[in-house]
Design a protein around this ligand. Structure first.
Ligand code: MTE
Ligand code: HPA
Ligand code: MOS
Length: 757
């Protein structure tokens, strides 16, 4: 217990992860009689269901139950924002892989065999996969929304240069290491306990309650940790947990569902592909005067989180720039693909890529470097964003300048030029990506959290919050907050699983807010406990509570060590019948948004930075390597630099993957062609940048960030956008007649075409 050698900067999970001791969903010891669940998904993207024949499947030995929509005791409805998604298809299917039936069997083999024997007759209907076609046909998930500022129509005549263009943006497979799944079992009195691989235990609880027609207090959802989510487990786990819960509830037996990688890839939604048009106008000094863009979001077959993601696209459509006259419209389009969902950045990367494409196009046409235009237009202190928030502590320029001087951008450019002049078939390129990303759920209500803290008689401490550990290190940060606040060693603190019985009505761990909102709730609870304990100590030491401090598990009075330790203090408090439990509630202050005006102050604060990516393109093969990523990032006062650096590096590599080699392919019948790891390529150790160098911007963090340590989960993802333009710049060095297109990802195939076009 008194081991102070534990480095509080380490991730508390590391040792257990690398020694295989951490418990994920599939590691939970199952109860006797646990059944295996498999899903029968639609073979076609859009059809009427004429008949479902289960007779052959039911005869398979080991099959215990087969269920369809008509077996659902409550509502066959799982839509969160829009009520447009059934749990199991009834009369129609809207995407390939959409669940129609489930089989519970004693073995996985029996369940799979039964699935292969289910016969469904379809009457196929035309499938739409293109969001622009969907928009033309009026197939929208919600009405379009427009954010605007200034007078864009009038501003065009003040512009010296006007350019327009079209942008295509691909989706992205989450590829969390742990696939979707859940383990559900009935307990006494018709209760259900559910382990779910989810970022949102409350959403899972609410969905199960709805589908089974039970009150929420009869469902307990528990999450020890998840093997990655990246947004893919913010909303979608509800469906899979509800399927497992349905079978468990109907059969009164434990049921486990763990998707195969193939099922996970074909059944679940991904990052939204977007298509967009832009028009940009600059004055003679390269100031952007006007910007207009229309984006078509490919929402998939039902809303899922698309409306919220569309909103963040609107917020971040001008990226890190101040543009006095701007108008952006987004259409959320319904197509026959799996419902697309949250993914690190939540619609911001797509909006920003359109903005950066517009700048790249202007730079190309005018024969200037894109970073010249970028730098001239960065958002500054007191500038207004198009949604009304005024920039405070705007470090965009600071980061840019720091990057320029620290990484010697001009020297780097000269080196690249020299290299390119000496090499005919190998060309280097670089590009800069300024970052400005808003922290808070765009849905104001969701910015709340609670923490339950117990101090046990022996002085050990447990913490329960709504935060889900998904590899991002939130549990370590929470343990640090408790340990720092109470003045005790981090090994005294255990972070418990995320459980709806201990902490209710949680927001998903998302929007990079996990540590901020849960940490602040914990801070409130721990501070109250501390105040109470100081009273006890004051009585013990005959001094005033304001003179008491607890440091390194020792109780100090007027800065002097006393005979009392943390452990003694807790024992005394218990004997005196002092409450050693607290519950903290936090709601992010000052944020609001008025949807009727599309104006407000939605973000607690912004995260800034500047990223530079350099690349070398093989001009014979079209392949490329990412050489170096150089970043100046605004961490605030990082609570844990090791974890924050890991998040930064991981997000950058994921962002580069999205911009370059990760290519989702659907055919026009809505079949996912890139449905395995042999056809969908993610960055591996060979592809990852050879070096990522990051410099911390020296700036105090904001009050709303946990202990002034800024949110880190999503923002660095967007530095990856620079990889796209770096490669494009290298292509131009080889082929001066190349006409740049804005069609992300920039795969080696596209590069090869560009080199010789
Ligand atoms: N890091 C790991 N290792 N695994 C993940 O699934 N998800 C990302 C980010 N970092 C993720 C991750 C996403 S999409 C978000 S929103 C944040 O972590 C969520 O956690 P936080 O709010 O605690 O930062
Ligand atoms: N980010 C992530 N998830 C969300 C958000 C957001 O801004 N809003 C609602 N869910
Ligand atoms: Mo992250 S996309 O907000 O889960």
């Amino acid at each position: 217990m008194n081991n102070f050698n534990v480095n509080p900067m380490n991730n508390i999970d590391s040792i257990n992860h690398v020694t295989g001791k951490s418990i994920y969903l599939d590691d939970i010891t199952t109860l006797k009689g646990t059944l295996h669940l498999e899903i029968f998904g639609s073979a076609v993207a859009h059809a009427k269901i004429l008949s479902i024949d289960l007779t052959y499947a039911a005869r398979v030995e080991g099959v215990v139950g087969i269920f369809t929509a008509k077996d659902i005791p409550g509502e066959n409805q799982i839509g969160g924002i829009v009520e447009d998604e059934v749990l199991l298809a009834e009369t129609e299917v809207h995407y390939q892989g959409q669940p129609i039936a489930i089989v519970a069997a004693t073995t996985e083999i029996a369940a799979r065999k039964a699935i292969s024997l289910i016969r469904v007759d379809y009457e196929e209907l035309p499938a739409v996969t293109d969001p622009r076609v969907a928009q033309k046909n009026g197939m929208l998930i919600i009405p379009p929304r427009t954010f605007s500022m200034g007078n864009t129509d009038e501003a065009w005549c003040k512009c010296t240069h006007i350019f327009d263009g079209r942008v295509e943006i691909g989706g992205q497979e989450h590829l969390y290491i742990e696939t979707q799944g859940a383990y559900a079992y009935p307990t006494e009195g018709g209760f259900l306990r559910v382990h779910s691989s989810t970022q949102g235990p409350t959403a899972v609880q609410r969905t199960i309650a709805r589908v089974l027609g039970l009150p929420m207090h009869q469902i307990e959802v528990d999450v020890q940790r998840i093997g990655g989510g990246f947004g893919g487990k913010e909303d979608q786990p509800s469906q899979f947990a509800a399927l497992a819960a349905l079978a468990a509830h109907l059969l009164k037996q434990p049921v486990k569902l763990s998707l195969s990688r193939h099922d996970d890839m074909r059944m679940t939604g991904k990052r939204h592909p977007y298509s967009a048009d832009f028009k940009i106008g600059l004055d003679k000094n390269l100031k952007i005067i006007a910007y207009e863009t229309t984006l078509y979001q490919n929402g998939g077959a039902s809303a899922d989180l698309s409306p919220a993601i569309m909103e963040r696209t609107l917020f971040h459509s001008t990226a890190s720039y101040f543009i006095p006259n701007t108008r952006v419209t987004v259409y959320s389009c319904r197509t026959n693909l799996p419902p697309n969902t949250a993914f690190r950045g939540f619609g911001a990367p797509q909006g920003m890529f359109v903005m950066e494409s517009a700048i790249a196009k202007a730079a190309h046409e005018l024969g200037v470097a894109a970073q010249t235009i970028q730098e001239l237009n960065l958002i500054s202190e007191k500038d207004e964003f198009q949604y009304g928030q005024v920039a405070e502590n705007a470090y965009a320029t600071k980061c840019f300048e720091r990057a320029k001087e620290q990484f010697k951008i001009e020297v780097l450019q000269k080196e690249i030029k020299l290299y390119n002049s000496k090499n005919r078939f190998s060309k280097r390129g670089m590009a800069v990506m300024p970052l400005c990303f808003g922290i808070s759920f765009t849905n104001i209500t969701m910015n709340q959290a609670r923490a339950l803290v117990h101090i046990y008689q022996d002085g050990s401490v447990s913490v329960s919050t709504g935060a889900v550990e998904m590899g991002q290190g939130v549990n370590t940060k929470l343990a640090q907050v408790a340990a720092i606040t109470l003045g005790i060693g981090i090994e005294r603190v255990k972070i418990y699983s995320t459980n709806t019985s201990r902490v209710a009505n949680t927001s998903p761990t998302a929007a990079s807010t996990g540590a901020d909102i849960n940490g602040n709730a914990l801070l409130i609870a721990a501070t109250r406990l501390l105040e109470r304990l100081k009273q006890v100590a004051a009585e013990m030491l005959s001094c005033r509570a304001s003179e008491v401090e607890i440091k390194n598990e020792e109780v100090l009075c007027r800065g002097e060590r006393s005979s009392t330790s943390w452990q003694k203090l807790i024992q005394t408090a218990y004997l005196k019948r002092i409450c050693l439990t607290e519950n903290g509630h936090y709601s992010t202050p000052k944020i609001y948004f008025d949807k009727t005006k599309e104006k407000g102050h939605p973000f607690a604060y912004m995260v800034y930075g500047t990223g530079i990516v350099t690349t070398t393109v093989d001009c014979i093969r079209g392949t490329y390597s990412i050489d170096e990523v150089l970043v100046v990032h605004d961490f605030g006062n990082s609570l844990n630099p090791t974890i924050d650096t890991g998040q930064l590096e991981g997000a950058i590599v994921q962002g580069i993957g999205w911009a370059t080699i990760e290519e989702l392919m659907f055919n026009n019948k809505g079949t996912l062609l890139s449905n395995s790891l042999s056809t969908y390529k993610v960055p591996d150790i060979h592809f990852a940048p050879k070096s990522i160098r990051c410099i911390t911007l020296e700036a105090d963090g904001p009050e709303q960030a946990i202990m002034k340590s800024k949110a880190i989960g999503e923002p660095p993802f967007m530095y990856g956008i620079a990889a796209y333009f770096a490669i494009q710049n290298a292509i131009m060095e080889f082929n001066p007649s190349y006409q740049p297109s804005y069609d992300l990802p920039l795969t080696p195939e596209k590069v090869l075409m560009g080199l010789y076009s």
